[in-house]
Structure formats: structure tokens, C-alpha cells
Design a protein around this ligand. Structure first.
Ligand SMILES: Nc1ncnc2c1ncn2[C@@H]1O[C@H](COP(=O)(O)OP(=O)(O)OP(=O)(O)O)[C@@H](O)[C@H]1O
Ligand SMILES: O=P(O)(O)OC[C@H]1O[C@H](OP(=O)(O)OP(=O)(O)O)[C@H](O)[C@@H]1O
Ligand SMILES: [Mg+2]
Length: 283
């Protein structure tokens, strides 16, 4: 059987979460910082540790079968790859930002201005689609200092908390794209059995992250009201307790409506509510 290769970031914002995701998928490998390739001992897979910029092209060209990389890098490198699964980490936005005291007030006022960025391809498309003619200055990093140095009138860079903009006297001006890490694959290889197996594992880990396992005690008289509040994977399990008027209810709850549900359950008479993390959910 062919051994697959998956490319992940060697170090940086996506490295730790990518390694954690693969380990949670049950893959055993050493996370050597010095070695750029690591074999997985319990699955026909090798992990390549690369600069994130190179990952989309490696996948497009078949040097790696799969990759984990930000959508921003995929768009910037203009590759033709299959988007297999958004991964819910590395969330950020590519924004145009301007100095706090800038006279730029509308998109049209970017005409003729200099914008520094490490994302010239995406920025160029954005400006063209808004009929703006600006001077794109491509630099390789530390973009936020360029207006202060007089190198540009605005910047286009990734933002998450906004802390870097703020500490450099800049403010967000326009949203160009939002991004998160995605699992990508080579076009046409999506049906490969091993790739499908890995996608299933990734999805089961992501589903588990979105849900909590809840065990609670309920008075039998209130069981209908309580189970009505519990969606569960199918329906909640109800287990008899030594005290005959009470039962234990086991179910899973989506994390997003967790606190709402917990207070509703307490109001309906639930007691001793225990909430546990879930490792995997397999349908
Ligand atoms: N502030 C942020 N918050 C969340 N995600 C981010 C943030 N900045 C970047 N990202 C995401 O993480 C990816 C990697 O960011 P990082 O800064 O580590 O890249 P890099 O310096 O280009 O790394 P490399 O050395 O691999 O080329 C980005 O392409 C983006 O998708
Ligand atoms: O809005 P914030 O939370 O402040 O994040 C934004 C910063 O994060 C990224 O850089 P990173 O810190 O990854 O360093 P890098 O420029 O060396 O890649 C990005 O290029 C911004 O500079
Ligand atoms: Mg990079």
C-alpha cells in the first residue's frame, strides 16, 4: 500500500495545533524539530515539516498528498487543490489597515496610495475588483512598521486580536478575506481509501471538540421535561439509580449552547451535572 505524505507547518502559528490534531487522530509519530520528515508508526503516512508558503504547491504537484495550511496562503499561491476540511484553528482576517491619523476615509481614497503587504496577489485582486489603482509594495514581514517608517500609506496584513495594529498606531480599514487552517489534498485523489480514512478521523475529532458529554441525575417525574432539552447523538441514555424516584441521564450537548442548556436543565430539576470532554465521535 502506498505511504501517504502530509505537509504541515514546521514552526509558527499552525504547527502546534496541526501536530495536536494529527495526534488526536490516533497517529503516533515523533515531533522532531530537527528532522523535516517523520514516519507515522501506526498508519501508512509520513509527516513533512515545511514553511507554510510551500505547502500548497507541494500538494498541487503531488510531492505531498495532503497539507494543513491557512486559506490565505492557498489563495496567495493561486494553486488548484481540493479543500477537504476546514479545521477551526488559525482563524484570522486579512485586512487593510491605516495609521490612526490617516486622511484615507473611503476605499476610493486608496487610489494612488502605497500599500505594503506580504499578500500582493490577494490584495491586487481585491483592489482590481473595487476599481482601485494603488501601489502595492511587497515586503516579506513586519508589515505593520512600514507606515511609521514612511514606506507606505497603508498596509494589508493578517489580524486576529488587533494587538499588533494597535501597538503600531494603526487601525483596521477594510476586510479583504477571512481565513482558517484547512486540510487540503491533491485534486482527483479525494477518493483514495487512506485519504478518506484520514478525513473521517479528522472529522470525528472535530465533532468531539464541538460537543460535551453530560451526565446528570433527574427526578423520574421530570424526565420528559429534561429529555426534551437534550438533543443527544440519537436520544439520551436513561439509567436506573439506587434511589427509585431518580434516574441518571447520559447525553452529548453541542458546546455552543452548553451554558443555556445547563441552566435550563437545572431549572427543570436536574442535579449533580457532570460535564466531560469527548475524544472522538464516530457515526
Ligand atoms: N495572528 C494570527 N492569529 C491566528 N492565525 C494566524 C495569525 N497570523 C497568522 N495566522 C495563520 O497562521 C498561518 C501561519 O502564520 P505564521 O505567522 O506562523 O506564518 P509564517 O511566519 O509565514 O511561517 P513560515 O515560517 O512557516 O513561513 C498564517 O498563514 C495564517 O493562516
Ligand atoms: O492581530 P494580532 O493578534 O496582533 O496578530 C497579527 C499578527 O500575527 C501575524 O504575525 P505573527 O505574530 O504570526 O508573526 P510573523 O509576522 O513573524 O509571522 C500577523 O502577520 C500579524 O503581524
Ligand atoms: Mg510563511
Amino acid at each position: 500500500m502506498k505511504t501517504l505524505k502530509i505537509a504541515i507547518q514546521k514552526s509558527g502559528r499552525l504547527n502546534e495545533k496541526s501536530v495536536e490534531l494529527l495526534k488526536n487522530c490516533g497517529l503516533n509519530f515523533e515531533n522532531y524539530k530537527s528532522s523535516l520528515i517523520s514516519p507515522v508508526s501506526n498508519f501508512p503516512l509520513e509527516i513533512l515539516f515545511l514553511r507554510d508558503d510551500d505547502i500548497p504547491e507541494y500538494v498541487q504537484d503531488g510531492i505531498a498528498d495532503l497539507g494543513i495550511v491557512g486559506e490565505n496562503v492557498i489563495q496567495e499561491t493561486e494553486v488548484d487543490v481540493a479543500y477537504l476540511q476546514p479545521l477551526g484553528f488559525g482563524r484570522c482576517s486579512l485586512k487593510i489597515a491605516i495609521p490612526n491619523n490617516s486622511d484615507i476615509s473611503s476605499l476610493a481614497s486608496l487610489n494612488g496610495k502605497a500599500i505594503a503587504t506580504t499578500y500582493p496577489v490577494i490584495l491586487n485582486k481585491y483592489l482590481q475588483s473595487n476599481n482601485i489603482e494603488a501601489d502595492i509594495r511587497t515586503i516579506s514581514g513586519s508589515v505593520e512598521i512600514s507606515p511609521g517608517l514612511g514606506l507606505s500609506d497603508a498596509i494589508c496584513d493578517l489580524v486576529s486580536t488587533g494587538g499588533t495594529l494597535k501597538s503600531n498606531g494603526l487601525k483596521p480599514f477594510a476586510d479583504v478575506m477571512s481565513s482558517e487552517a484547512v486540510l487540503i489534498g491533491r485534486k482527483g485523489e479525494e477518493d483514495n481509501d487512506l485519504i478518506q480514512e484520514l478525513i473521517q478521523r479528522v472529522q470525528s475529532v472535530l465533532r468531539a471538540k464541538e460537543t460535551k458529554y453530560v451526565v446528570l441525575n433527574a427526578p423520574k417525574a421530570n424526565l420528559d421535561a429534561i429529555t426534551a432539552l437534550l438533543p443527544g447523538v440519537k436520544s439520551p441514555s436513561v439509567v436506573a439509580l439506587a434511589e427509585s424516584d431518580w434516574v441518571a441521564v447520559h447525553t452529548v450537548i453541542p458546546e455552543r449552547d452548553f451554558w443555556d442548556r445547563i441552566s435550563q436543565l437545572k431549572q427543570a430539576g436536574a442535579q449533580g451535572i457532570v460535564v466531560l470532554p469527548i475524544e472522538k465521535i464516530i457515526f
